[in-house]
Ligand binder design. Structure first.
Ligand code: 5GP
Ligand code: SF4
Ligand code: MG
Length: 458
């Protein structure tokens, strides 16, 4: 998911909309914005892309000088309007709205406790658990209530909370999910990625610290900690796949990291190829790095249709081949008779890679050597990235040689975790500020809900 917040600007709602457009890659299933004018709160949300949700002038109704917004990619809870964010809650103490990126590892456990104590849930999201914890904290000060709530949750979270006259942002103690702080004139801005700041012309101030809670109100900005400082565990998959290449995440530019990973692939796992092709869009940076390091020409051998969103109606089984080519097509004049080195950022389920290998061969490629700019994805993420269960992860159930055969490639290589860390400038054996759990099965938190049976989960 993507989150955005702004405080102290007369155009809070439209700026939030544009900020969210820059974060649309982080979630295409639902979107929403909540605003405040100091007296009343307004909100609108719906299913689909921002352009779908706000196509009938709904932004005009969202008045006020502060706003939060959300784009949703479901990791917990079904894709229903009910589960769209921001979630708004009205209690005897206050009204507030909340938007959340990430996934909690103790949400089920907390929900059972909250329901035993009388909380009634409207949605199936873990975000509502945070909302109820804030509501129950009851403290007069919203920041204190938020601090108390985020001390009880565990896992990955970047949250934005809008009160009647304040904006609060908090980032999980390990820094699993990203969040940045910026400034636009006198207004403060928070966002999942720095590309959202660039888009609205805001200046980047800094990354929000893991374990930090920031309150912005008429008095200005106040930063404090809700958790003690500890080793960071930033999600490497943000750099590998999820974040936009023009974003800087925790001091590293995403494009530059991907390009270095491509270079390491070329040095460690060279291929006898004629041309290098990256799978658009997320692998073009790594492909550029591979081409530069190998000396092979970088070619645009695959063209992506820019107008296919995830919400697009998929063709029926009989039209399956149309489905593949709708999204991606090969350029025959480029690949015909060539030995292609195909760069992709990751293999999760393995279906994409096989389709692309077949596509290249049917356009005349003589050989297809696949190089992946991350390690084998062997274990599910519990912090907000992917929904695939272990049974669906091709690398959890097959060796690299078996995957190579399954995707019908002539050869296949992945990076090792050490190679991946080298892309950030770390040497083998260094303590690294990253989570690599989906590659190593070494999770940086306990997986509390995994030991519970699940009455609520769909
Ligand atoms: P797969 O192996 O699952 O068929 O697809 C891997 C491809 O999907 C890669 O090209 C990668 O860019 C992309 N990918 C990786 N992680 C995710 C994810 O969490 N969601 C989506 N929609 N695509 C992903
Ligand atoms: Fe990111 Fe993987 Fe860790 Fe999930 S398990 S937070 S995808 S590095
Ligand atoms: Mg891809």
């Amino acid at each position: 998911c993507g989150v955005f917040g702004i405080y102290g600007h007369p155009q809070a709602a439209p700026l939030t909309y544009y900020g969210l457009v820059a974060l649309q890659h982080r979630g295409q299933e639902a979107a929403g914005i909540a605003t405040t004018d100091g007296t009343n709160m307004y909100s609108h949300k719906g299913l689909g892309l921002l352009t779908d949700v706000f196509k009938h002038g709904e932004l005009e109704g969202l008045s006020g000088y502060a706003a939060i917004g959300h784009v949703r990619y479901s990791t917990a809870g079904a894709n229903t309007l009910q589960n769209a964010q921001p979630i708004t809650l009205n209690t005897h103490a206050r009204n507030f709205a909340i938007g959340h990126n990430g996934n909690l590892v103790n949400a089920k456990w907390l929900r059972i406790r909250l329901e035993q104590e009388g909380s009634l849930f409207q949605t199936t999201t873990d975000t509502e658990v945070i909302a109820h914890l804030i509501a129950k904290a009851g403290a007069q000060d919203l920041t204190e209530a938020v601090a108390s709530a985020v001390q009880q949750i565990q896992g990955g979270f970047s949250v934005v909370i809008l009160g009647n006259d304040e904006l609060i942002a908090a980032r999980d103690p390990l820094g699993l999910r990203p969040m940045v702080l910026g400034q636009l004139g006198d207004a403060y801005v928070v966002a999942s990625e720095s590309c959202a700041l660039d888009t609205i012309g805001a200046e980047f101030i800094r990354d929000i610290e893991p374990g930090e809670v920031i309150c912005i109100d008429a008095q200005g900005l106040h930063a404090s900690r809700f958790a003690t400082r500890r080793a960071r565990k930033m999600c490497t998959f943000e750099h590998v796949y999820f974040a936009r290449p023009d974003s800087d995440v925790d001091g590293w530019n995403v494009h530059a990291v991907r390009k270095r990973l491509g270079g390491i692939l070329a040095e460690q796992y060279p291929a006898d190829g004629d041309i290098v092709i990256g799978v658009p869009d997320s692998s073009v940076s790594a492909a550029a790095g591979y081409a530069e390091a190998s000396g092979l020409p970088l070619e645009t051998g695959l063209i992506k249709n820019r107008y296919i969103a995830r919400t697009f109606i998929q063709p029926s089984q009989e039209l399956r081949d149309v489905g593949v080519r709708l999204k991606l097509n090969a350029v025959r004049s480029i690949v015909e008779g060539k030995r292609v080195v195909l760069i992709d950022d990751s293999i999760v389920r393995g279906t994409t890679s096989r389709r692309i290998v077949r596509l290249l061969r049917s356009a005349g490629a003589r050989e297809v050597h696949v190089r992946i700019s991350s390690p084998p994805y062997v274990s599910p993420c519990h912090y907000g990235i992917d929904t695939a269960s272990e049974g669906q992860l091709i690398a959890a159930n097959n060796t690299v040689q078996e995957i190579c055969e399954l995707i019908e490639a002539d050869s296949l290589h992945f990076l090792t975790v050490d190679d991946l860390m080298a892309g950030f400038g770390f040497a083998k054996g260094d303590a690294v500020p990253f989570c690599n759990a989906c590659f190593t099965r070494n999770y940086p938190t306990a997986l509390i809900d995994q030991s519970l049976s699940s009455p609520h989960h769909e």
